[in-house]
Design a protein around this ligand. Structure first.
Ligand code: NAD
Length: 728
């Protein structure tokens, strides 16, 4: 079945309608490209055809390249990728030149794109090769080039065309951040040409085709005297832009995201040569990025597996459990955030706290977030009223009658939680599912307070709830499938990404992040320069160094967790050296950002100034410092080995969840695709060798788990292919 359908009207305007069979969204394949090429050829050679409108038979234009095509290209090696990309460039270039005589700049047939809705990736790169882009006035449509977010960059001419159209400065947010806009925003940014009422889309496009003059069909870069907007690198203004862009990219990515660097190289080098040469450079850079194991690891975790988890890859086969009415117990920081995301997704919420004032404060949190949305033009006053009207605040548990899910977010105290659990279950009725948002207390223990432990589950949100995209769902020993399905369906309603893990101390995310923080603090106690620790983490692509992270989450919380863990572990407790540092800081009232004092100093306004000098006085830096690689391996392995142990122990049951959860939950080096992705990149044998070296120097916490040793012996990898060569 064809992806593209041809139609010629009485005026001689051909319509090529993209309609990938069996899919709700068009995606491009190499076969699709060949079909399109043949139809363009037909249009250019048939004298009866005056011009072409390329549009879509679906509500959107296209979602991008079929990522399986990219995987297939990669399997063929660098040559196959380069040839495949150059083939796409040839087709798109044929559309752009459309039979034009290059000397006279005459004779081209107009070809335009008419976008009914979303146009992403190659779905925008194809329109960019046409002579004019029309979009239906559809505020829900997203237009842009999001490739950078999954570790690649626009390689179908988008990088070269957008930078030549807009200049490096204006192209930066579109290319380097993957910023998406609605049609009006895309027009304002200069990406597309016309926004028209949806019923007039094809009519307006055809009218333009029939009226187009030769001069309308010559792209600026194919015209004489073309100058790169804002100046190419040898122009003084361009020089400054490129120096600034290079610094910005390195500052933001710490040089660990190969795609951002390659993108910038493609723009820089491309701007110095003629257009067709620039496309070749773009193809070479794209090939190098696609051959880098980081890009496949990122695509796998941030696109394919993230989506699979969101669609319910691990959902038990139980009838639909969509939440209609939600109860939230505790209207503090977390409860208020949970009420907001739920109400925003159309769910009725009963928000309960011990006093009416506290419950109202929780609702006021939603109000302030909605007000911010209004200021930014993302929310209308009517929408604000609608969302707020869904949140009822009370102290009366009787209001829970008829709710189908209750999320408990009261103080982190098992007794308090047991009390509210009993009251809520009695008020809501037998079918209700009760979820606790605890961050540290085992679910199985808390479930003892429930009359129906099969209906009791952990739903662990991260702070701030409205921003953090991961939700960790925890199965207690007795949790039943309906409770898991309920939690997954709930998370799906507000479009966050869920992982489902089994019950164990700190579940999954906190279990891995605590050793990272502790390893950083332990190094400071050993006399390693705190700045070396922090910068080593940043150079790994971690969003926050371990010391900054503990300042943000609060040193007081660290002290509480340390005390509770020590009480639970007794003589096996391994972190005395870490505790000495944080207890000492806490004793001086340095509790982290919330007191404007922690490992860092802060201004009165709360701006982070620099590492606190008192730290260096108490823990003077050793003359001989560890190498950067040693510090990095310690910080990485502290997290990664914990993830492997979580898998070995059955806390994690799916490595996809381990990887996606790590990146979304605590920002684990996204370029690696996650802890398991990273282990596959370096290979199990190299990982075991690093563990051996770290164990000899720094202690048994770095001993390789049996699973990893076994994989090293057998030469296997987590995701199938044995690892490639890149080491951290
Ligand atoms: P918080 O102190 O901001 O809020 C707790 C709220 O519960 C308060 O408003 C309090 O008045 C209310 N409350 C206490 N006892 C109550 C009772 N008997 N009946 C009704 N309401 C009662 O705390 P928080 O930070 O929102 O944390 C809540 C839960 O979420 C805890 O279990 C915590 O471990 C967990 N959690 C916190 C974070 C975080 O970063 N703060 C992250 C994930 C999970």
């Amino acid at each position: 079945m064809a992806d593209f359908i041809w139609d010629l009207d009485a005026d001689g305007v051909a319509t090529i309608t993209w309609d990938t069979p069996g899919k709700s969204m068009n995606v491009m394949s190499m076969a699709g490209f060949a079909e399109l090429d043949a139809l363009i050829d037909r249009a250019l050679t048939d004298a009866a055809v005056k011009g072409v409108v390329i549009t879509s038979g679906k509500k959107d234009f296209a979602g991008g390249m079929d990522l399986n095509v990219l995987a297939g290209m990669r399997a063929g090696g660098a040559r196959a990728i380069f040839d495949g990309v150059m083939q796409m460039h040839t087709v798109l270039r044929r559309i752009e030149l459309a039979g034009m005589d290059f000397k006279t700049k005459k004779g081209a047939k107009p070809i335009v794109a008419a976008l009914p809705g979303t146009a992403l990736g190659i779905g925008l790169e194809l329109p960019l090769a046409t002579h004019r882009i029309f979009a239906a006035d559809n505020p829900k449509a997203k237009i842009g080039l999001p490739e950078i977010k999954v570790g690649i960059f626009p390689g179908g001419g988008g990088t070269t065309r957008v930078s030549r159209k807009l200049g490096a400065m204006m192209a930066a947010p579109i290319l380097l951040e993957g910023r998406l806009s609605d049609p009006k925003g895309a027009k304002a940014a200069g990406l597309i040409d016309e926004v028209v009422p949806a019923d007039d889309l094809i009519g307006a496009a055809k009218a333009w085709v029939l009226a187009a003059k030769d001069a309308d069909l010559v792209k600026p870069w194919d015209d004489k005297g073309y100058k790169f907007p804002g100046g190419a690198p040898y122009h003084p203004a361009g020089f400054m832009t490129f120096v600034g862009a290079s610094a910005m990219v390195n500052g933001k990515t710490q040089g660990v995201f190969p795609a951002a660097k390659a993108l910038l190289s493609a723009v820089y080098e491309g701007s110095l040569v003629p257009f067709d040469q620039a496309l070749k450079i773009e193809a070479r850079q794209f090939t190098s990025v696609l051959m880098n194991p980081s890009s496949s690891a990122m695509i796998r975790s941030l696109f394919i597996n993230k989506e699979a988890l969101e669609k319910g890859a691990n959902r038990p086969k139980v009838a639909d459990q969509t939440v209609k009415r939600l109860g939230v117990l505790g209207a503090g920081m977390m409860g208020a955030g949970i009420a907001y995301v739920a109400a925003n997704a159309g769910i009725e919420v009963v928000l309960i706290d011990a006093t009416q004032e506290a419950a109202d404060r929780g609702r006021a949190h939603s109000e302030s977030l909605l007000d911010k949305g209004i200021k930014r033009g993302r929310v209308s006053p009517a929408q604000k009223d609608e969302v707020l009207s869904r949140i009822t605040t009370t102290t009366d548990y009787a209001a829970l009658r008829g709710v189908d899910l209750i999320v408990e977010a009261v103080f982190e105290d098992a007794k308090v939680k047991a009390g509210v659990t009993k009251l809520a279950e009695e008020a809501a009725g037998a079918d209700v599912i009760l979820a606790t948002n605890t961050s540290t207390l085992p679910i199985t223990g808390l479930a003892a307070a429930s009359a129906r432990p099969e209906n009791y589950i952990g739903i662990h949100f991260f702070s701030p709830v409205d921003k953090m995209m991961l939700v960790e769902i925890i199965r207690g020993k007795k949790t039943g499938d309906r409770a898991v399905a309920k939690a997954l369906d709930f998370v799906r309603q507000f479009r966050k990404t869920p992982i489902v893990v089994n019950d164990a101390r700190f579940f999954y995310a906190n279990r891995c992040i605590i050793p990272y923080i502790n390893e950083g603090i332990r190094m400071v106690a050993e006399g390693i320069e705190p700045a070396l620790v922090e910068n080593a983490a940043k150079l790994l692509g971690m969003p926050l160094g371990p010391l900054q992270l503990v300042d943000e989450t609060s040193i007081e919380l660290g002290v509480k967790i340390a005390k509770a863990t020590k009480a639970a572990m007794g003589a096996d407790y391994p972190d005395e050296a870490v505790d000495r540092v944080i207890f000492w800081l806490a004793d001086q009232g340095r509790l982290g950002r919330k007191t404007n004092a922690g490992f860092y100093d802060y201004s009165e306004k709360g701006e982070r100034l620099g590492l606190w000098e008192g730290l260096a006085r108490k823990y003077p830096a050793d003359k001989v410092q560890l190498s950067l690689a040693d510090v990095q391996h310690r910080l990485l392995m502290a997290q990664v080995l914990e993830a492997v142990r979580a898998l070995e122990e059955g806390v994690l049951t799916d490595i996809r969840e381990g990887d996606v959860g790590a990146i979304l939950g605590w920002g684990f080096a996204p370029w690696s695709g996650g802890p398991f992705g990273w282990l596959d990149i370096i290979g199990a044998a190299r990982a075991v060798q690093i563990c051996r070296e770290l164990t000899a120097q720094f202690g048994r916490r770095f001993e390789a788990p049996a699973l990893l040793r076994e994989m090293a012996e057998k030469g296997t990898a987590f995701y199938g292919q044995p690892g490639a060569t890149r080491a951290a």
